[in-house]
Design a protein around this ligand. Structure first.
Ligand code: ADP
Ligand code: MG
Length: 621
């Protein structure tokens, strides 16, 4: 038996210092913070023992903002200063917000000319990420009180559907709250981690997350403890809030009440609707009171009201299964996430759809925060042996504009991240010394049908003949889903790069439209591509002939020869923008034939020039 070693007092080696790390579920409706404590992952409560922090902030002039239940208390009496569902605005542009969210936002937007919408409160205007920062700050303080120290870092979850701008806005909020973000993690991925699915054998699982304001569906594949997100989909404007709206409308109608001259009544009806809905998750029928009116509401009635919304989520499920190149039968397990999966109709419909009983042993409200905390613990270095490799995917393809307004895809959608892809391009004109790089996102082949993310210019390309320069463009998407693009001319080393941070994002409706468009427009795109290619080729040929004529046309051609070539050139110039690819192709051929002898003469001429002063034998060397 080995002797026990006893060290001198004060000389004991310090045990591995654990870093305080936490996972944050920054929800549309509710937010939570969780951590790994004594080897167990737990959500942290406030001093009153409440775990869920309503994602609500109350702003009042000359006072600190209130967050959570304290803020919610003002929702009915002072709705315009009580900001809820701010996640729906994160990273969204002004116009986007007005169009997609109008009527659903119980607060006022300030009229400004800035691209980022500002919410009007009696404490001044605030932007979405500033409101989110208040929520994060509250959670940070809660954790630091509970854990007795400063957090070294956090993992914050976002819907898988969040685009670059929405992720960026989330990071900005964390920075304002003084948090160090290890990583942004997709919510469904966090849920799978919480269930320890990375520990189990291989399999394909679906994560169905229906919260208050967002719906996410993801297909994950597990292999040897590593899981990969095969595809994601959903709708960030669909959730329990929409159930509440449907129920409220029904109740107002039943009570024969009109909200047109009483906006407060709608808010009241929404509160009643939500409470009724939550009760009907366990009760079969309840008595509902709205103002003077009171009546019965049954679960069957509720099911009828929300069935179309549940159906909508199943349509998204169908799409995402197809995106993953799978059949429904390939999905072995389904994980339920989000408060709205407590609704019995949701559970039964999801079970029917996937033909399997979904996993729901963990509290669907907390599961995302728990997974984020597990991941944060690993990233903090507290589990040096843990092997957790999380792969996510990008929702839309990324590419570059090439000549003629065409888009060359560099990274296809649903590619797992982090990812880095490079492609080589070349110059279009002789002596071209700069190149403008236009980064786009979308599924279509033409620039006007994709979304512009960024533009930058690569300068300092050494002058060369068209097509000789080699420009390597690299796209890199990091683990948070943020893109950076760099370009380098390989012979000179000239370099230029940009980190793409668009100031506002795409709405999910836009993402859906982009995806649907790309399916219905394949034929159209093939035709459009052919036209554009011929148009570009025409420009190239015209460019080449003009430059040649300018150089040595008068030297090598007599008047008549020159006129013949110019006539063919004019014919091509007349159709260079035509939408008939054949017409352009023929004009190009015609010009090439008319100029063939000239090309030959130029070649001989330049060989003669190169050989001037040398003997042929020198070249045979
Ligand atoms: P989010 O992720 O959007 O923050 P949550 O996962 O916290 O949302 O879910 C909030 C939604 O869940 C709300 O619409 C709420 O009404 C609903 N919800 C919570 N509990 C229940 C319940 N018992 N029955 C039905 N819906 C519920
Ligand atoms: Mg959620």
């Amino acid at each position: 038996m080995a002797l026990l070693q006893i060290s001198e007092p004060g000389m004991a080696t310090i045990p591995h210092q654990r870093r305080l790390a936490a996972g944050i579920d920054l929800g549309t409706t509710n937010s939570l913070i969780a951590t790994v404590r004594s080897g167990e992952v737990v959500t942290l409560a406030d001093e009153q023992g409440r775990h869920l922090l309503p994602s609500v902030v109350y702003f009042k002039a000359d006072a600190e903002p209130l967050v959570g239940d304290a803020a919610k208390a003002h929702q009915l009496t002072d709705p315009l200063n009580t900001i809820a569902s701010v996640k729906r605005l994160m990273g969204r542009g002004q116009q986007d917000t007005m169009q997609t969210l109008a009527g659903h936002l119980p607060f006022k937007l300030a009229v400004t000319d800035s691209a980022v919408p500002r919410i009007q409160t009696s404490a001044g205007t605030v932007m979405a990420h500033e409101v989110a920062a208040e929520i994060l700050l509250e959670l940070k303080e809660r954790a630091e009180v509970a854990l007795g120290g400063e957090l070294s870092g956090v993992v914050i979850t976002v819907p898988a559907y969040f685009d670059d701008a929405q992720r960026q806005a989330t990071r900005d909020a964390a920075t304002l709250a003084g948090l160090n973000v290890y990583r942004l993690l997709n919510e469904p991925t966090a849920a799978a981690v919480a269930y320890g699915l990375d520990q189990q054998a291989e399999g394909v699982i679906a994560v169905y997350d229906l919260g208050g304001g967002t719906f996410d569906i993801s297909i994950l594949r597990l292999e040897k403890g590593v899981f990969e997100v095969l595809a994601t989909g959903g709708d960030s404007a669909l959730g329990g809030d929409d159930f509440d709206h449907a129920i409220a409308e029904y109740l107002l109608q039943a009570a024969e009440l009109s909200t047109s001259d009483n906006p407060r009544l709608l808010r009241e009806a929404l509160v009643v609707a939500r409470a009724s809905k939550e009760q009907l998750s366990t009760a079969n029928e309840i008595t509902v009171q709205l103002g003077e009116w009171s009546g019965l509401l049954t679960r069957t009635q509720l099911d009828g009201l929300i069935a179309p919304l549940v159906q909508k989520t199943l349509q998204a499920c169908r799409r995402v299964v197809r995106d993953a190149n799978l059949a429904k039968g390939d999905i072995q397990q389904v994980v339920l996430v989000g408060g709205s999966t407590r609704v019995p109709l949701v559970r039964s419909q999801v079970a029917d759809f996937f033909q399997t009983e979904p996993l729901c042993s963990l509290d669907p409200d907390r599961v995302v925060a728990l997974g984020a905390a597990l991941q944060a613990d690993v990233l903090a270095g507290n589990k040096p042996d843990a092997e957790m490799l999380l792969l996510d995917v990008i929702p839309l393809s990324l590419g570059l504009e090439t000549m003629g307004g065409l888009v060359e895809k560099i990274i296809d959608r649903n590619t797992t991240i982090p990812v880095s892809r490079a492609q080589e391009f070349t110059t279009f004109k002789d002596g071209q010394t700069s190149m403008s790089i236009h980064v786009l996102q979308g599924e279509r082949d033409t620039v006007e049908h994709c979304r512009s993310l960024a533009r930058f210019v690569l300068r300092g390309i050494p002058p060369m003949v068209a097509g000789a320069a080699r420009i390597r463009v690299t796209f890199q998407v990091d683990a948070d889903g943020l893109l950076s693009v760099s370009a380098q001319e390989l012979t000179s080393g000239a370099k230029s790069s940009i980190e793409v941070k668009p100031s506002y994002g795409l709405s999910d409706r836009e993402i859906m439209t982009i995806l649907q468009d790309s399916v219905t427009s394949v034929q159209e795109d093939i035709a459009a591509r052919r036209v554009r290619e011929q148009q570009v080729e025409a420009e190239r040929v015209l460019e080449a002939i003009d430059s040649a004529l300018k150089n040595d046309g008068d030297q090598l051609l007599d008047h008549e020869e020159k006129m013949t070539i110019l006539a063919a050139r004019e014919q091509l110039a007349a159709v260079r923008q035509s939408t008939d690819p054949q017409a352009i192709e023929m004009a190009i051929k015609h010009l090439e034939q008319a100029a063939a002898f000239y090309v030959e003469r130029r070649m001989n001429h330049s060989i003669r020039k190169a050989m001037a002063g040398h003997t042929v034998d020198e070249f045979r060397g």
